[in-house]
Design a protein around this ligand. Sequence first.
Ligand code: AHR
Length: 518
Amino acid sequence: MSHARITLDRDFTIADVPARLFGSFVEHMGRCVYTGIYEPGHPEADDQGYRKDVMALAKELGATVVRYPGGNFVSGYNWEDGVGPRQDRPVRIDGAWHTIETNAFGLHEFVEWARRADMEVMEAINLGTRGVDEARALVEYANHPSGTYWSDLRRKNAAAMGTSEEPFGIKLWCLGNELDGPWQIGHKTAEEYGRLAQETAKAMKLVDPAIELVAVGSSNRRMPTFGSWEHTVLTHAYEEVDYISMHAYYQEHDGDAASFLAEAVDMDGFIEGVIATVDAVKAAGKHSKQIDISFDEWNVWYQEGLDTEDQPDQVAKGWNTHPRLIEDKYSVTDAVVVGTLMHSLLRHGDRVRIANQAQLVNVIAPIRSEEGGPAWRQTIFWPFARIAELATGEIMRLAVQADQVHTERYGDVDVVDAASTYDAEAGTVSLFVANRGLEEPAEVSLDLRGLAAKSILRAEVLRIPEGGDRHAANDLQTPEAVGLVPLDGIRLEESTEGAGVHLSLPALSWSVVQLKVG
Ligand code: AHR
């Protein structure tokens, strides 16, 4: 049995909960778009060919903002290919994923999908093979009301589709994708990218000054250019951009579950490293504005399993229109890790103002769907959905005193990982808490300073199901094998300040507790 004490003081807050922290990502990759969100002819397809079953799950997930259309895909993409009459759209090679892109789905289809899903669009532009001119044309096409070449073309194309001719009003734009990576089409040095980002940002904001721009940061913390990339790019583009991006994917290596369960420690350090670099550029450049972080790709992704018998190399499979690509099946362990990664994002919510789990459907995704068949929730759906629903008001600064668990990669770490929010208006506290212990349950006391728990509104846990093990997962045959169940062993406890809470967390679990407080 391990123990932890979590103290929460109503006066110690970090920031308001950023609505855009619960973002997702739709890339033209594998079956995310085709047979994911879009499948005309499916029994669940609506009038535009969007899958209603997937749409319902996306809404239940609670994603607020959705990045599109890539990803590596965007660095070779011509946005003009995806607008206008479908029969006239060119079929192209997508070099990034060795796929045939039919362009049956493009910008209008996506904007309309996002409108129906009630999500904000975050549009990425191609700065791999293209540049300033195509970017400013796209902003004009998307956001200018009318009376110019590109805006009138949007109106004409929208009218033909039977959707609104009004501007899309896209506020958030990514200035390319992972251009620090040698795998990226149009890979650049930091100098080359920094200047291009600066000039593209300038031209885009001349078309629509209200837009917000994300400069490309490092593709991961292990990149040889990590740190110097951000420094150089922002030295050029600090005044023109609003955010710098971060990407990170985690997986279990060689059965080392303890280190895998501690990956939020890596995420904490990665975020703090980027903040330090950004603020150093701010100070050196005597800038007054603050650049925040857009963590616009994060998740668990079993990259080590690529190019194996299970997931053969794309080139060997030939050219296909929507091949199965990285359709990772997520376990209980993965869900606990995803919960803790979201805790890390919340803990840094004063600077991480946007985050997108990659991706939404089928491709390393919380939602799975089969062509012509059903859709279901993966294990990782649950921590995302509950945090997106219940993290409201302000993020609390927690003091956690916990027993330690040893990990190969990160040394000793707290056995319990948590994040919390306080919604003064609703009079509620939400606590999100993981027990990283693989064998031992954890007894946790929650000490509320300046607030007393009046009642328990919600207490749920994702844990190893009866008769299962930590690899238990949902799939086509057993779509509900793992989900949230009531958390037993939770009780209000009297303390000098009023009532606190005592929790008993099962080994390897992620829990959510919502309290009415006064
Ligand atoms: O999300 C899958 C891929 O991961 C994206 O296309 C790319 O940006 C990242 O490397």
